[in-house]
Structures are given as structure tokens and as C-alpha cells.
Design a protein around this ligand. Structure first.
Ligand SMILES: Nc1nc2c(ncn2[C@@H]2O[C@H](COP(=O)(O)OP(=O)(O)OP(=O)(O)O)[C@@H](O)[C@H]2O)c(=O)[nH]1
Ligand SMILES: [Mg+2]
Length: 483
């Protein structure tokens, strides 16, 4: 058997954000957190596992109820400093049977794991001021003789950290700021590095935990790139069909098809969202974002070009390439000219680039149209179809939405209970909030645009190859690292 894993107990006054620290550290959104004091009634142990290994245990506890009275009990039993750990033990033994409202029931619960050897994480809410009762808490913790670290968490805007710091430094081996709601992966890792410092015996196991977390983080990024790559290839390449049995398509069929196509696009996105959230251990997140609206003329108008992920200049820059991709895809399939005529149809456009930078994701077409005959050569029966997508704007919109969602989920603390905000506003027209894709390093953006075009080109030839999907996923991994 390997050595026992390190244990940490999170203690402090009521309503300081103790459970929030626990939820963040172990990525568990189910830890009970609430704005009223006394939310955590019983001690709860959580084993943090990653990569199939138990790494450390963290114990959530109720807050101190009456630390001053508890300390006074202990003081009466400690004649010299050497007696202090025993006095804490005597206190716990004297009140061990107490439950509910009986005196010191909560103190017993939170001290027991410390007496059993757990390291201490003392959480204070630095948006409130220091009180004498806090000193009693810290004194009791010091008396236990266990290694301890203090965390300055803030549940509100106000910041009294400067007042707290010199006090905490008298009592604790390490004092760190840790914002349970804003903490990201790097902050959590930093905290684990702190754990490593406070007790020598934990050094090697904490070292392993840190390494395991780092590699898990990379695995997640790789899987996320896979999910997003598949989403893009599947959604852009998707073709929705509706059979036509009579001479002419019945009225309403085109609309029905368009609706089904849109639903399918949303479903692709929805599934990918769920997979990304599961990768990062988030469940039942409520998302605040504009629904994917694909054929709403307003959303594809010049006014809301920001929706597309790239800014106007970036879109223009890639536009011509998209026209060429379609042209290239077609040349291989047939002799080009007639196909293009069919594809562009009656649309009055200045050039291919203009068309593909255009307003439609993909048109509803008849299998008997020139494009239909090319795309579905050898297929019998007549049908209407929509897809593969031909709009560059749509491709970038989908990519940008996926990147925005990925970043928000990756960086979200599990202590948060509010909506996952993906848009700067919730009104009908998006504001000027810069998009994630627009801010990518130019080289990565160029690469991604090339990959998306290749997806489109192959989709027009029938299917997107494994090789192209794999390249897209590889490059997306770098993109995810950069966002
Ligand atoms: N904005 C903000 N709010 C926080 C933060 N940490 C905790 N809170 C809020 O503070 C309140 C108390 O948080 P809990 O984590 O339940 O605190 P606790 O110390 O476990 O409370 P008890 O179990 O009742 O003793 C909740 O409403 C949290 O959402 C933070 O870092 N930022
Ligand atoms: Mg709690």
C-alpha cells in the first residue's frame, strides 16, 4: 500500500466562503454553498481524484460558533504552553457527544479532523473587518500545533486584506489571497504548491498531485480540441434532405427543411457544449448566450458583423480564400463553370469572395439543380437539401462561439452558482464586446481559417477526411492554449 494521502481541513468563522474554497479546489459544484451562515452543518470529506489516483482529501466543516468561550475552556486546562495541544484534545473529548444546538458541537466537528492529523486551511472573508472572535479562532488553531495556511477570500467588493495580513502572519506559516469565485487552474495549482510547503512529509505526495493535475489539464485541452474539431467538421459538413415525391416540392417543404437544418446545427453545438462542460467537471450549467440564429437576416446584416467572431477586416481578408475553396472543390468534382452558375443562382454578387462572405450559411437547393447533380451524382430520387455550409461568416461564428464557451468553462470556478455568461449582454443585438477569435494571434487565425476552408472543400466533395479532421484538432489544441 502507498502512504496515506494528505488531508486538509477548511476552517473559519461562519459564512467566510469555506465551502466555496472547497468546491473550487476539488472542482465540485455540488458542495453546498449559500449566502446564509450555517450552511455547512456537518463535516464533509471529499477525496480529490485525478487520472485515476486519489491525490488528497479536503474536509469541509461548519464555522466556529463561539471560539472565545471555547478558548477560555482550553485556557483553564493549559497551565503551560506545553499543555496546549492536550487542552484542545480535552476540549474535544469533553464535548464530543454534543450535537445540534448543544454548546461547541460545531467546534468539535471542525477540530476533530485537525486532531486526527489534517493540515489547516483557515479561511477569512477579507471583505469584512477583523473581529476579536477571529483571534480566538486563530489561537485555538495554533494550539493544535498542526501546519496551517491562511486564505484571504473576499465575498464582496470591499477589501480589508491590508488589515488582515499582519494579523494572519503572526499565526500562520503561509498567508495567501485566494478568491474562491475567480480562482482559475493556475491559482489552484499555486495553492497546492503552498500545501507542499507547510509540511515536509507531504512534499512528495503533493508534488505528485501537482504533476497529475498538470497532465490532466493537458488531457482535457486535447479532448476539448477534439470535441470542437468534430463539432466544426460535423456542423459545417452536415447535409439535411427532404424527399420530393411529386413534380414540384410541396409548399412549406423548404421552410421545414431550413428549420430542421437549423435545429441540427443547434444540436451539434449543444452536444459539444455538454461534452466540454463534462470535461471540466461542470454539471447543469445554465448558459447565458444568444441562441445560434442562422437565417435571421438581421443577424447576418452588416450591423452585427461582430457576431461572426472576426472583425470586418479579418473577414474580408479571408473572404477570397473561401470563394477559391469552393471553386477548388468543384473543379475536382466537375467542370466548374456550370456548377458555379448554379451555386450562385440569381444572386447579384460581385464575385465569389463576396458570395461566400455572404448572408446565407447554405441555400436550400433541389437535387435536380446543377449543384445538386454534382453533389449527389449517382443518387436517385428527388429531394431538397441544405448544406454543406458555404458561408465563411458562419464557420467563424461557430468557431468563435465554441472558443468563447470553452474559455468560460475552463476558467469557471465550481463555487459559482450564477449563469455562465457567454455574451456581454443579453439583449437582442450584440454589443461591441471583442470576440475570442478576433483576438487570436494572427498566425493561429490564419491556420484555423485554412483548416476550416479545407473542411468546407472536402465537405463539398462528399465527406471530410480523417486527415483533415486530425489536422484541425491538432491546430485547435494550439488555439485553445492561446485563448
Ligand atoms: N463574490 C464572491 N462571493 C463568495 C466568494 N466566496 C464565497 N462567496 C459567497 O459567500 C457566501 C458564503 O459562502 P460559503 O462558501 O457557503 O461559506 P461558508 O464559510 O462555507 O459558510 P457556512 O458553511 O455557512 O459556514 C455564498 O453566498 C458564496 O457565494 C467569493 O470568492 N466571491
Ligand atoms: Mg460551508
Amino acid at each position: 500500500m502507498s502512504e496515506p494521502i494528505p488531508e486538509f481541513v477548511v476552517v473559519g468563522n461562519v459564512n467566510q466562503g469555506k465551502s466555496s474554497v472547497v468546491a473550487t479546489l476539488i472542482e465540485n459544484g455540488a458542495v453546498p454553498i449559500a449566502s446564509y451562515p450555517g450552511t455547512t452543518g456537518e463535516t464533509a470529506r471529499y477525496v480529490f481524484r485525478q487520472g485515476g489516483e486519489d491525490l488528497f482529501t479536503i474536509i469541509d466543516t461548519p464555522g466556529f460558533q463561539d471560539a472565545r468561550a471555547a478558548l477560555s475552556f482550553m485556557q483553564q486546562r493549559a497551565r503551560s504552553p506545553a499543555d496546549r495541544p492536550a487542552a484542545v484534545r480535552a476540549f474535544v473529548e469533553a464535548h464530543a457527544g454534543n450535537s445540534g444546538e448543544q454548546p461547541f458541537a460545531d467546534e468539535v466537528r471542525l477540530l476533530q479532523p485537525i486532531l486526527d492529523g489534517a493540515g489547516i486551511l483557515y479561511v477569512v472573508d477579507a471583505s469584512s473587518r477583523f473581529q476579536p472572535s477571529h483571534e480566538a479562532e486563530m489561537e485555538i488553531l495554533r494550539w493544535t500545533g498542526q501546519p496551517a495556511m491562511a486564505l484571504l477570500n473576499r465575498t464582496r467588493e470591499r477589501d480589508h486584506s491590508d488589515e488582515w495580513r499582519p494579523i494572519l502572519e503572526q499565526f500562520f506559516n503561509l498567508v495567501r489571497e485566494f478568491d474562491a469565485h475567480a480562482a482559475r487552474f493556475a491559482d489552484r495549482l499555486e495553492l497546492l504548491r503552498g500545501f507542499r510547503e507547510i509540511r515536509d512529509a507531504w512534499r512528495s505526495t503533493m508534488e505528485r498531485a501537482i504533476t497529475a493535475m498538470e497532465s490532466e489539464w493537458q488531457v482535457r485541452r486535447r479532448k476539448a480540441a477534439q470535441v470542437i474539431g468534430e463539432l466544426l467538421a460535423d456542423a459545417l459538413g452536415h447535409v439535411e434532405k427532404r424527399g420530393v415525391s411529386s413534380d414540384a416540392p410541396p409548399p412549406g417543404l423548404a421552410e421545414e427543411l431550413e428549420k430542421a437544418y437549423l435545429d441540427r446545427q443547434r444540436a451539434f453545438e449543444h452536444t459539444a457544449r455538454g461534452e466540454i462542460e463534462r470535461l471540466y467537471q461542470h454539471r447543469d450549467l445554465e448558459r447565458g448566450e444568444h441562441a445560434l440564429m442562422l437565417h435571421d437576416a438581421d443577424l447576418f446584416s452588416e450591423v452585427s458583423w461582430r457576431l461572426f467572431g472576426l472583425d470586418r477586416t479579418q473577414l474580408m481578408r479571408y473572404g477570397a480564400g473561401w470563394g477559391a475553396a469552393i471553386g477548388g472543390g468543384i473543379d475536382l468534382a466537375v467542370g466548374g463553370a456550370s456548377f458555379l452558375t448554379g451555386l450562385i443562382g440569381g444572386a447579384a454578387v460581385g464575385g465569389l469572395g463576396g458570395y461566400f462572405a455572404g448572408k446565407r450559411i447554405a441555400s436550400v437547393l433541389d437535387s435536380r439543380s446543377s449543384i445538386g447533380r454534382v453533389l449527389f451524382a449517382g443518387t436517385t430520387g428527388r429531394f431538397l437539401f441544405q448544406g454543406p455550409a458555404t458561408s465563411q461568416r458562419y464557420a467563424w461564428m461557430l468557431a468563435d462561439r465554441a472558443l468563447t464557451h470553452y474559455r468560460a468553462v475552463r476558467d469557471r470556478s465550481h463555487a459559482r452558482q450564477d449563469q455562465l455568461a457567454l455574451d456581454a449582454d443579453s439583449g437582442p443585438v450584440p454589443t461591441s464586446e471583442p470576440r475570442v477569435a478576433a483576438n487570436l494571434p494572427a498566425a493561429l487565425r490564419d491556420t484555423l481559417d485554412r483548416d476550416l476552408r479545407q473542411v468546407l472543400k472536402e465537405a463539398l466533395r462528399g465527406s471530410v477526411t480523417q486527415e483533415t479532421r486530425a489536422r484541425l484538432v491538432r491546430n485547435l489544441e494550439q488555439v485553445l492554449e492561446a485563448v
